[in-house]
Design a protein around this ligand. Structure first.
Ligand SMILES: [Zn+2]
Length: 70
């Protein structure tokens, strides 16, 4: 059974194909593992890798920001 999650940055659903692919990145924190979609990972790579952005605490952006992140 696969658990379908959403990207915490853009709310994109994580499909079964995404789970078996390599595009999404995983981020491990005290609250568990959070998966960030490929476009958000690429757009926020420096923030994610340097610890400037905690995806577990990120709230979904306004709809106008989703279009720019995708
Ligand atoms: Zn995303």
């Amino acid at each position: 059974m696969d658990t379908i999650l959403r990207c915490p940055l853009c709310t994109r659903p994580r499909t079964a194909a995404d789970i078996h692919g390599l595009e999404w990145s995983s981020h491990h924190g005290p609250g568990g593992v959070v998966f960030v979609c490929g476009p958000c990972t690429r757009a926020r790579l420096v923030d994610l890798e340097c610890g400037l952005l905690d995806p577990a605490r990120a709230s979904a952006p306004a709809p106008d920001r989703v279009a720019r992140a995708a």
